[in-house]
Design a protein around this ligand. Sequence first.
Ligand code: GLV
Length: 272
Amino acid sequence: ILSTVTERVDAELMDAAGEDLKVVANMAVGYDNIDLDAAGERDVVVTNTPEVLNETTADTAFMLLLAAARRLGEAERLLRSGGWDAWGPMQLTGPDVWGKKLGVLGFGRIGQAVARRARGFDMEVLYHDQYRNEEAEQELGARYLDLNELLGTCDFISVHTPLSDETHHLIGATELDRMKPETVLVNTSRGPVVDEASLADALAEDRIFAAGLDVYEEEPEVHPRLLELENVVLAPHIGSASVETRDKMAALAAENIVAVLSGEEPKTPVNG
Ligand code: GLV
């Protein structure tokens, strides 16, 4: 099976595929759509596509960060609707990005690629993760903070954790309340890491400044209240959507399938 994030690959699907099923190759780095226990019980190898999408996904996070801060979606809607009648001194102003504090939540390969971009914008990089990574801290000039400190300190927070039981609704009402009113939240990881209803409340009440989202709790559905808000930039899960990167992801998924069917080790297995 060559799967994408859209397919839920569970025991029922694997049983329907039958006993010849050898490999599920997900064309994605995240594999929360696949039941690894069910795969293990059936001796099915599961693979993903890490590394090849790090830089492109980091670009997307930065694109959303800039667009949300500088109100690009709202500005474009104004222009296209014919509502732009003159240049205004404080029209469509948002906070600066450069020189501000960026909090990277989940300091893995993509989070670190975002941190590298932030340095080019003279940002102070702070991070939180389950584990400290002192080598990456040194290389990127990043500082570790506990989650509550990170939430209360940063001007920008970009989420890069995988989805698991531990990270489900990692950002909920309590965490949003800890953020400053200037905060811009960006999520390019998985929708359920952020409680969408609580985020819609916080944005509607201007408890945070803006958000940039690429992922949603019930894709392709988007929380209807988010669709009505000006201060959220909404992208349809295009984090890795460059021509080059999608080609590499497809090739890697195919190589993983060929390897397993040839009795070899796949390049990027996720279940041993
Ligand atoms: C896409 O969402 C991925 O995990 O690669």
